[in-house]
Design a protein around this ligand. Sequence first.
Ligand code: F6R
Length: 243
Amino acid sequence: TEIIIVKSQEEAGRIYARCTADLIRRKPDCVLGLATGSSPLAAYQALADLVHKEGIDVSQVRGFALDEYAGLDPAHPQSYRSTIDRTVVKPLGLDPAKVRVPNGNLETIKDAGRVYDQAIEDAGGVDLQILGIGTDGHIGFNEPGSSLASGTRIKTLTEQTRIDNARFFDNDMDQVPTHCITQGIGTILKARQLVLLAFGAGKAEAVAESVEGGISSFCPASALQMHPHATVIVDEAAASRLR
Ligand code: F6R
């Protein structure tokens, strides 16, 4: 795993943006793996700036998001469909029909994981997957204990994750979904390149464990060690527990 220590989220964003813009030039219909959460926001912004400044044609770019809440209307402002549209599709000017988010509809969720993984495969696989990391080492909604070989599937959200996300639902736990659908760790590992972004002291322990600890399902992000082309971009605070 390559580790890059940066001064700011903006600097990390510019590295991601340069790499992604070059990819889009080389392969106009490339497949981007997308994450929600706060960590990638500066990267999406930097990419949008670059795309507009250099007039890069993104009309063919395809995307697959990592995860979605189960049983939440995609039109809900806190659904990951809405979040990806707001933070990625709109600012970059992507074709929304080319950007998929796992389908959290409870009636079809049993098959939705298999369908999603098949769609990724049919698209030729993800070229560049951006990732954040949870303080417990999760990637996507793969919490500690998730199989390192897992495909996209329904998962129960941990109590801690529901508490953490309650701020997006009027701090009302009753509104926070109880389940999600997430790309598996096995799905994520199939992407040709992984870029994990982590900022702040709160992520330092999880970053050190992921990069320098043993490979274990108890730290899902440690699976990056098995990937031939994984880059971890961290600020100094998130790097502070590395040896
Ligand atoms: C987002 C996701 C999560 C986040 C992680 C970090 O789609 O799957 O794994 O990447 O929880 O969240 P932030 O970036 O908000 O610290």
